[in-house]
Write a protein that binds this ligand. Structure first.
Ligand SMILES: *Cc1c(COP(=O)(O)O)cnc(C)c1O
Length: 221
């Protein structure tokens, strides 16, 4: 079941990559396992998945310590409170939700260097996480000034009710402008269960896919 859904998603990734004229080896599949039991991660790991996404510190840290030694890579994809940042940086390889100076400051003080994406806010709602696109370059300059942070690129979630392709086209434009000041920050974290094919067509390199692979989440609250 899990294996079948994983195969289906891999097939869809492959066809979107073909359609986009891209090499699928430039795509990283992150399976988002928030609210899922450790057994699901073990099963996926046996199926060859190495990258997992989580959105809550306590849950993520427990899973990471239970599964230590298996060579898994942990991606923090949810909103992150500054006071939890250093702890998250101790077990996560990548933070996808860097979006403000207080968080940057805490992450830069973590005991080891960490890879980060700057999260963009594609909505007009400042309550949502993310940096408005108009503020990307000034914020990126602050990130780039921190030696202990390696900036990978931009991350975004398509707004509900909007055409995902045009949302991701905005993200691609933002990525181009970021690359003009940071050529190595050329990755794009975009695409979830419902829209990863559109994201691939607009240049996404890191796909964050949950329920299309795991099935419905047991509970979400
Ligand atoms: C939960 C989550 C995902 C995965 O969502 P699905 O719809 O289950 O694929 C991706 N990105 C973020 C930021 C999430 O919170």
């Amino acid at each position: 079941m899990l294996g079948d859904r994983l195969e289906q998603v891999r097939d869809s990734i492959r066809s979107a990559a073909q359609l986009a004229g891209r090499d699928e080896r430039e795509l990283t599949l992150i399976v988002v396992t928030k609210f899922q039991p450790v057994s699901v991660i073990e099963e996926l790991s046996a199926l060859g998945i190495t990258d997992f996404g989580e959105s809550r510190h306590q849950e993520a840290s427990q899973k990471a310590s239970q599964l230590a030694g298996r060579g898994l890579r942990w991606h923090f994809v949810g909103q992150l409170q500054s006071k939890k940042a250093r702890a998250v940086a101790s077990y996560c390889q990548v933070v996808h939700s860097l979006d403000r100076e207080s968080l940057l400051e805490q992450l830069s003080q973590a005991p080891k260097p960490i890879d980060c994406f700057i999260e963009l806010n594609l909505t007009d709602d400042p309550e949502r996480g993310g940096v408005p696109i108009s503020n990307l370059i000034p914020f990126a300059e602050k990130v780039l000034a921190q030696d202990s942070i390696r900036l990978l690129g931009v991350m975004a979630v398509a707004s509900i009710g909007k055409d995902p392709r045009s949302e991701f086209a905005k993200v691609r434009d933002a990525s181009e402008s970021l690359k003009s000041i940071a050529p190595n920050a050329n990755f794009i974290s975009a695409g979830m269960s419902g829209d990863f094919q559109e994201a691939i067509l607009e240049g996404a390199t890191h796909l964050r896919i949950g329920t299309a692979i795991t099935g419905p989440r047991p509970q979400s609250g």
